[in-house]
Design a protein around this ligand. Structure first.
Ligand code: C2E
Ligand code: MG
Ligand code: MG
Length: 324
């Protein structure tokens, strides 16, 4: 078929390239009687094919247009959200495995839209990435989180780190390093109070530059965490090349350890590997006491999950710290 014909190796003199194609299909007259209309719908179907992982075809369906329309509305409202002060942060505690100490807080972005109510980050962050709005929003998160860290410092708790999620676009921004430095300087916190969380897929195309950026930040005292560890395709490559201080094992692994010894052995091995490399381990999304016990037997360092605390409002954090 067409896909097979297109998807082969092409010889470009010196180099061979492997081509792939994403095809969108729309029919006349079911999907319209004007050429433009059909092309538009085939185009929407093509984007669906790309999203489905490329190298495949997708048939047009009305829901695709609806989704595009919903996305566009949401992006428009996202554009105004900063000015309207619709964003806020919550902070999820990270504790030592025995639950005795709070070692950090992860700053998690929340969007309370006047129009849509509370929108899940899983929904709006990908849209913010696509539209590049994440650059401004991420900058706001960074400053807000540093502000929070400053309050901790004022309380005499600069031993507690504040972790900020950084999106691929932010990391590729040439001014990234300076923005981090500025946020630290302006808020008046110690660099050691700040932790940067990045997910594996961030580095796909810019591993070299990331290594440089990471080294620099590390020498200045900022902590670096590799988020969602194990979910990407080349987790070990990243671990081998990137200088990281903390590894966050993804919730999808933790979910399995109660029932499946193989999964438990797997998590145990990751923890050992991390420790051999001088890296501390955070288990993410820990929900039950059994999971906690298993992780303790694996010598995991830190835990972030509902078993201890959900993400909290700033005020709740200050209340909580009276007890730790
Ligand atoms: P993440 O960085 O892996 O954050 C952890 C997510 O797991 C959070 O979801 C947190 O609420 C959730 N979680 C923690 N413990 C548990 C648990 O025990 N059970 C369950 N079911 N969930 C738990 P949230 O806040 O919805 O954030 C989702 C994702 O959105 C984050 O995943 C992160 O990738 C992204 N995100 C959040 N804030 C920001 C931000 O400021 N910037 C960027 N670029 N991404 C962000
Ligand atoms: Mg994170
Ligand atoms: Mg994670």
């Amino acid at each position: 078929d067409v896909l097979q014909q297109l998807c082969r190796e092409y010889d470009l003199g010196q180099t061979q390239v492997q081509m792939s194609a994403s095809i969108g299909v729309a029919f006349y007259p079911e999907h319209g009687d004007m050429t433009e209309e059909i092309l538009k719908k085939a185009d929407a179907a093509m984007y669906a094919a790309k999203e489905a992982g490329r190298n495949c075809w997708h048939l047009f369906e009305p829901a695709l247009i609806e989704k595009t329309f919903d996305d566009m509305t949401l992006v428009n409202d996202l554009r105004r959200a900063l000015a309207r002060k619709e964003f806020f942060l919550q902070y999820q505690p990270q504790l030592s495995i025995d639950g005795a100490r709070i070692v950090g807080f992860e700053a998690l972005l929340r969007w309370k839209s006047h129009k849509h109510g509370l929108v899940s980050p899983a929904r709006f962050i990908p849209l913010a990435e696509k539209s590049r709005l994440i650059l401004q929003i991420g900058q706001w998160v960074l400053q807000e989180a540093c502000c929070f860290a400053k309050k901790l410092k004022t309380m005499g708790r600069q031993d507690i780190r504040v972790a900020v999620n950084i999106s691929p676009r932010q990391l590729k921004d040439k001014a990234f390093l300076d923005k981090i430095r500025d946020s630290i300087a302006v808020s008046g916190i110690q660099p050691s109070q700040l932790e940067i969380e990045v997910t594996e897929n961030v580095f796909m195309d810019a591993l070299e530059e990331s290594v440089h950026t990471f080294r620099q930040l590390q020498t200045e005292g900022v902590t670096l965490a590799l988020d969602d560890f194990g979910t990407g395709f080349s987790s070990l490559t990243y671990l081998r090349i990137l200088p990281v201080n903390i590894l966050k094992i993804d919730k999808s692994f933790i979910d399995q350890i109660e029932f499946d010894t193989r999964q438990l052995q797997f998590v145990d091995s990751i923890i050992n590997l991390g420790h051999r490399l001088g890296i501390s381990i955070v288990a993410e999304g820990v929900e039950t006491q059994t999971q906690l016990d298993e992780l303790r037997s694996c010598d995991c360092d830190y835990v972030q999950g509902f078993v201890f605390y959900k993400p909290l409002h700033e005020q709740e954090v200050f209340e909580l710290l009276k007890r730790y």
